[in-house]
Design a protein around this ligand. Structure first.
Ligand SMILES: N[C@@H](CCC(=O)N[C@@H](CS)C(=O)NCC(=O)O)C(=O)O
Length: 255
């Protein structure tokens, strides 16, 4: 791991810093987070949406510290400890929070089995098409490749946008599809500034939907100041990042 990655800004800023401050007390659920991480933000949004009590612990996953590897052997954030037992992987954590706190409303998964499966189907689209599409567009260095990946990324967004009932994916109800996607929507200014992306160009009402996601309270409350994300993405834009995700994208491996 590069020295630069080990020296990322040490803590959340902006609105996220206030949320961190409000979650310092010990709880059954310890949330191991990295303020900068979009995968973390999924789990964090779910915790905030559902009003689940949690203790926030900041980790720099690039340091691969022993105490953290004991919680997540992959050394990735997010991870949690729930009553002393450890779990990780952002979407699995979001689903775990549904199962472990069944009486806590609201839920991000509907009750109806068809609707639940339908949500998972579109979460899968976000995970397999949209997120890798974003990363490929950011990391590509050849201008022709950048354009090609941007076209593919826009197509993946439009496919989803056409299914949005509005204001959120399922209509009035905020669901796991919105949760899974929102962290990349709030980071899309990076490809707007550097890769020619525009929300308008996607079509299908994408711009309106993206605006709903970024203004949701749980999304805003888990967001740090832009300048610190910009530092991190500068390495991705030069394809110099050494994170597991960056290496997988470079090698064309699924992540
Ligand atoms: N598939 C994982 C991805 C988590 C992930 O890649 N987290 C990054 C931070 S954004 C990390 O911990 N990186 C450390 C590394 O790559 O060594 C999830 O959904 O939770």
């Amino acid at each position: 791991m590069s020295a630069a990655e080990q020296k990322i800004h040490p803590h959340a800023t902006g609105l996220a810093a206030k949320t961190v401050e409000a979650h310092q007390e010990p709880q059954d659920l310890v949330f191991y987070s990295g303020w900068f991480c979009p995968y973390v933000q999924r789990t964090w949004i779910t915790l905030e949406e559902r009003g689940i009590p949690y203790q926030y612990v900041e980790v720099n996953p690039y340091k691969k510290e022993k105490h953290f590897l004991a919680i997540n052997p992959k050394g990735l954030v997010p991870a949690i400890e729930y009553k002393g037992k450890a779990l990780y992987e952002s979407l699995i954590l979001c689903e775990f929070l549904e199962d472990a706190y069944p009486d806590q409303s609201p839920h991000v998964l509907p009750e109806d089995p068809f609707e639940r499966a339908y949500v998972r189907l579109w979460v899968d689209h976000v995970a397999k098409q949209i997120v890798p599409g974003f990363m490929r567009t950011v990391q590509a260095q050849d201008p022709e490749k950048q354009r090609e990946y941007l076209v593919e990324f826009n197509k993946a967004l439009l496919t989803l946008a056409e299914k949005v009932k509005g204001p959120y994916f399922l209509g009035d109800r905020f669901s796991l599809v919105d949760v899974a996607l929102a962290p990349w929507v709030v980071r899309d200014y990076i490809i707007k500034e550097h890769r020619g992306y525009s929300r308008e160009a996607v079509g299908g009402g994408w711009k309106e939907y993206a605006e709903q996601l970024e203004s949701r309270e749980s999304v805003r409350k888990t967001q740090s100041d832009r300048e610190h994300y910009t530092e991190i993405y500068a390495r991705y834009l030069k394809d110099e990042a050494q994170s597991e995700a960056a290496k997988a994208i470079r090698a064309g491996r699924p992540f």
